[in-house]
Structure formats: structure tokens, C-alpha cells
Design a binder for this molecule. Structure first.
Ligand code: C2E
Ligand code: MG
Ligand code: MG
Ligand code: MG
Length: 281
């Protein structure tokens, strides 16, 4: 069952071979159908807070298992759903699903924050902040329980419109992170203008951290930069203990990656978090 949640396993669908216009349309209509019929779920990947010494948050990562096509990794349908506009259905579903799951965990005494990834076209949707607030109210969540991740490249597509949506979310109290930091423009002038509280350093800088002096320099200076701007830092793609040690030394706040935990179905994520809390105390 875990294999179905593991994006590194092979997929039945080959985007290179199959992405004719017709195939794209049929994939997108299959996605809409899949969202409505329970084929789409979230896997949750723990975020480990180094100072607190425990998991305080999880990131929701979409998993689509189509009866006809098998497991399709998000990188194979999200960019397409972006282009066709279908991403809005996915985001609406995702915000609601994450809010429901977050509330269910909280009722069991597990006070997690749940992060939802947003795409470029979500940042063009002026209704998004109100939709997020509605979900927060519907599930009776405290402010801060739902968190959003947006990439720099999504923001840069139309910075002015994106800023409106981000400011709306900010004014309603939703915490936000810049995802995949370092892969886009990484412009310092825009960083100052964004109402975000966290940078997530892209996994490409972290995966081989212990072996790459260059990555060490980049990661260490990004941690310092973020802290100087008053932002928290998460490192994603932490795959070994040597990287954990380095990230601790740099003063990184939060780590995420296969070394801590893979993305997991909700019930497994809860077990993991309950266990890790016990062993950390
Ligand atoms: P992301 O938000 O940057 O998520 C991190 C990706 O890295 C995830 O891939 C995760 O499974 C993977 N990962 C985590 N730890 C490690 C590690 O230690 N090593 C390696 N090699 N990989 C690791 P995934 O789940 O395939 O998602 C890919 C991307 O798809 C995400 O990147 C995000 O941009 C997008 N995505 C996923 N779910 C959603 C969603 O619900 N909505 C939107 N708009 N985008 C989503
Ligand atoms: Mg993310
Ligand atoms: Mg990322
Ligand atoms: Mg990514």
C-alpha cells in the first residue's frame, strides 16, 4: 500500500509519450472525475522542528490513483492542470480535505499544522482567500492551523495579482512559505515584499548536502539570509543523518525528507507522529 504513495515508484502513464492534446484533455477529464470519486487523496509528510524536537506540522501532497492509468505522480498532472485551469478543482478539494483532516487530528489531541501547496493559477484567483477562510470556519480550526506553500516561480508569473491573493491570505492570518526556494529568481527585492513567514530550501540543494561543499555554502547562507529577514527556514529533501547534523549547525529551523519520514496516508502519519512525540520526550 505504501508503494502507491511513493512518488519514486514507476507510473503506468508516460507523460512524454502520451501528452498529445487529446490525451491531455482526457487526462484532465479523468482528473475531474477522479476528484469527485475518491481516486484523489493526500499523503502527509511530517515536518520536524529541530528546536522543539518533534513533528509540529505536515505537508499535504496529492496522490492520484486512477483505475485505468494507475498511480500518476503530481509532477505529471499538476503542470497540465495548471494550463487547463483544472487546478482550481484540485485546490478547492485540497483545502477542504486538509482542513477536515487537520480537524480530525486535533480532536484526537494531535495539534498539527497542515500545509497545502498552491499553484500559479491559484494565485490568480481572487476568491481563494475567502474559500480558505470558509474551510477554516467550517471545520472550526484555529487561525494558523492551515498553512500554504507557494513557489517563487508561481508568484513571478504575475507578481501584482499574486500579491493581492497573498495579502488576502495574510490578512486572514494564514501562514505561508516560499516553496522550492533557490530554483527561481531568488530576488531579494521581492522577498522583502512578500507576506511570508518561511523559506523552504529546495531539495536539490539538500539531497547531497554532506557531499557538496557548494551546497553547504548555499544552504548555510540561505539560512542566514532568511533569519536576517525574520523568516523561518525549512530544508526539504533531507535523506541522511549527516545532512541533519549540518542543518542543525546552520541553525535551520525545520527539516523534512525521507530520513525523517516519507509522505504517508493520514492514519500512518498520525501513528508516526504519536510515536515520535513519545520517543522525543
Ligand atoms: P513540493 O511541494 O516541493 O514537495 C516536495 C516533493 O519532494 C514531494 O514530491 C515529496 O514527496 C518529495 N520529497 C520529500 N522528501 C524527499 C526526499 O527526502 N527526497 C526526495 N528525493 N524527494 C522528497 P511529490 O509528492 O511528488 O510532489 C511533487 C510536487 O507536486 C510538489 O513539490 C508540489 O509542487 C506539487 N504538489 C503536490 N501536491 C500538490 C497539491 O495538492 N497541489 C499543488 N498545487 N501542487 C502539489
Ligand atoms: Mg511544498
Ligand atoms: Mg518544495
Ligand atoms: Mg517541488
Amino acid at each position: 500500500d505504501l508503494a502507491r504513495h511513493d512518488p519514486t515508484r514507476s507510473a503506468a502513464f508516460d507523460p512524454e509519450k502520451d501528452s498529445t492534446a487529446k490525451e491531455r484533455l482526457s487526462l484532465m477529464s479523468a482528473l475531474r472525475h477522479g476528484i469527485e470519486h475518491g481516486e484523489v487523496t493526500f499523503a502527509y509528510q511530517p515536518k520536524y522542528d529541530l528546536r522543539a524536537g518533534r513533528v509540529t506540522a505536515v505537508e499535504a501532497l496529492v496522490r492520484w490513483i486512477s483505475p485505468e492509468r494507475g498511480f500518476i505522480p503530481p509532477d505529471d498532472f499538476i503542470p497540465m492542470a495548471e494550463k487547463t485551469g483544472d487546478i482550481r478543482h484540485l485546490t478547492r478539494w485540497g483545502i477542504n480535505e486538509a482542513a477536515a483532516q487537520c480537524a480530525a487530528w486535533r480532536k484526537k489531541g494531535c495539534m498539527l499544522t497542515v500545509s497545502v501547496n498552491l499553484s500559479a493559477s491559484d494565485l490568480m484567483n481572487p476568491d481563494l482567500p475567502a474559500e480558505a477562510l470558509r474551510a477554516q470556519k467550517e471545520y472550526d480550526l484555529p487561525t494558523g492551523a492551515l498553512h500554504f506553500e507557494v513557489t517563487e516561480s508561481a508568484i513571478m508569473q504575475d507578481m501584482d495579482r499574486a500579491l493581492e491573493v497573498l495579502s488576502g491570505l495574510f490578512s486572514m492570518g494564514f501562514p505561508m512559505s516560499i516553496d522550492d526556494y533557490g530554483t527561481g529568481y531568488s530576488s531579494l527585492s521581492y522577498l522583502k515584499r512578500l507576506p511570508v513567514g518561511e523559506l523552504k530550501i529546495d531539495k536539490s540543494f539538500v539531497l547531497k548536502l554532506a557531499q557538496s561543499e557548494e551546497d553547504q555554502i548555499l544552504v548555510r547562507s540561505t539560512v542566514d539570509l532568511a533569519h536576517n529577514l525574520g523568516l523561518k527556514v525549512t530544508a526539504e529533501g533531507v535523506e541522511d543523518e549527516a545532512s541533519v547534523d549540518l542543518l542543525k549547525r546552520y541553525g535551520c529551523d525545520v527539516i523534512q525528507g525521507y530520513h525523517i519520514a516519507r509522505p504517508m496516508p493520514a492514519d500512518e502519519a498520525l501513528d508516526f507522529i504519536m510515536r515520535s512525540r513519545v520517543s522525543a520526550e
